[in-house]
Ligand binder design. Structure first.
Ligand SMILES: [Zn+2]
Length: 447
């Protein structure tokens, strides 16, 4: 049984999928006007791990994440770069997909783009208008929050609080200050014809439409960063309640933010860390370990020491897993035998992940597998059957967290090289064994 913390109901709940052994999941993707910084990478890695875990449990996962390719920020960036908006978004979509790959994320089922969803968005706004939840004001179309039951249920804010807290944008054109634009009248930047004149859609409408276009109805999980709860996700829910009488997803999951040693990360402060730059200096495995070492709902304070620690952790995991792999490779094929110790660790790993995806405790279980693997490899008469069982279980853990070690069967040439190294050592020809050792290590093989 998987239990998840549902931000919508503010409690831990048993995960019950809409369709047996299937998971439908949508996570708000980036606005494509720049590269990915580490703050944006947390939901990317976390929800990839969620998808992997459900996969591991035998669920068929359909994971969709969009690209917002219409936005004021894209228009501004296009001007700055002297390019068209579509050239800017194309460029960053390409770079972001490449970063997803570098982070070892499983490919998404679909990455819808707003510019490819305009007819559906217009039809949806017309539906809201028909239902009496939208009104036209000077060519813009607004959502009428007063017509929505339960407005603000996700962030638990009453309309009065929103106004007094000034968390909403005031405008003469709006009936209520919490009303938000569904369609913005504009001829600047990319714009389209609509029943309300030329313009473009509002951000909060895009996701509701893209979820429904792909999944045709309610889904299991809607995710994103905690900063999206209000207004974005509350506004998504408000529209879906009016249009479809449901809350889009049964479970809403939100990851905590990332700051830099306690300081907010922002371009204006000049302290942004870009993922592609970080990954040119460290491995995706170490970086994923760093992110997953903190339970996803907690804020994460990035420090270089944490990355060094994660690199050390990854080396230990890799050495233990690959050592076990090589030992079994040397021993040749044979039967697997259930290992009670490995099974116990597997139960701990699964229980941690099933407890609202507690990846920090799952990593603790991985280190128990590291210890057991190292112990077996050092034994004089290693229990090969149990070791085969452990290797399979250990490999499963690493797959779920997306931190595979990349170990491959040795080629004949590599086997010969290692045999020559061992022979040189036996003959105490240390000059030769040192040379061979260097060559082996240079090929990325361990001894
Ligand atoms: Zn969204």
């Amino acid at each position: 049984m998987v239990r998840v913390y549902n931000s919508l109901t503010k409690q831990m709940e048993e995960f019950k999928p809409l369709r047996e052994k299937e998971v439908s999941m949508y996570v708000c993707g980036p606005t494509v006007y720049d590269r990915m910084h580490i703050g944006n990478s947390r939901p990317v890695v976390f929800f990839d791990t969620v998808a992997r875990f459900f996969n591991y449990l035998g669920y068929e996962v359909t994971y969709v994440s969009n690209f917002t390719d219409i936005d004021d920020k894209i228009i501004a960036r296009a001007r700055e770069m002297g390019l068209s908006e579509s050239a800017v978004s194309e460029r960053y979509i390409k770079e972001i997909i490449e970063t997803y790959r570098k982070l070892n994320c499983l490919p998404h089922a679909h990455n819808p783009r707003v510019t490819e969803s305009i007819p559906e968005i217009i039809a949806f706004i017309a539906l809201l208008e028909e239902k009496g939840c939208a009104y036209v004001s000077e060519g813009d179309v607004y959502f009428n929050v007063a017509r929505c039951r339960d407005y603000g249920i996700l962030s638990s804010q009453s309309l009065e609080n929103l106004i007094s807290g000034a968390r909403v944008e005031e405008s003469e054109k709006k009936r209520h200050s919490a009303d938000f634009a569904l369609w913005k009248k504009t001829e600047e930047g990319l714009n389209w014809d609509s029943p309300w004149g030329r313009g473009r859609p509002g951000w909060h409408t895009e996701c509701v439409v893209m979820v429904d276009s792909f999944f045709k109805g309610k889904i299991d999980i809607h995710g994103g960063g905690t900063d999206l709860k209000f207004p974005h996700h509350d506004n998504e829910i408000a529209q879906a309640l009016c249009a479809y009488d449901h809350t889009i997803a049964n479970y809403w999951l939100h990851n905590g933010r990332i700051d830099l040693s306690g300081e907010k990360m922002s371009k204006s402060l000049g302290n942004v860390i870009w993922v592609d730059e970080l990954l040119s200096e460290t491995s995706h495995q170490a970086y994923r370990l760093l992110l997953l070492n903190v339970p996803y709902r907690q804020p994460l304070s990035y420090k270089d020491e944490l990355l060094r620690q994660a690199e050390n952790d990854y080396e230990k995991i890799k050495r233990a897993y690959n050592g076990l792999y090589r030992k079994l490779e040397e021993a040749g094929d044979g039967p697997s035998e259930s290992d009670p110790e490995a099974e116990k660790i597997k139960a701990e790993f699964t229980a941690a992940m099933a407890d609202d995806f507690n990846t920090a405790n799952a990593i603790t279980a991985i280190f128990k597998a590291v210890k057991l693997a190292n112990r077996y490899v050092r034994e004089k008469n290693p229990p090969l059957g149990r070791m085969r069982n452990l290797l399979e279980i250990f490999g499963g853990f690493l797959w779920v967290l997306g931190i595979e070690t990349g170990v491959q069967p040795l080629t004949d040439e590599e086997k010969e090289l290692i045999a020559r190294y061992r022979a040189a050592r036996r003959e105490k020809n240390y000059e030769l064994s040192d040379v061979l050792r260097e060559e082996i290590l240079a090929r990325g093989l361990e001894l």
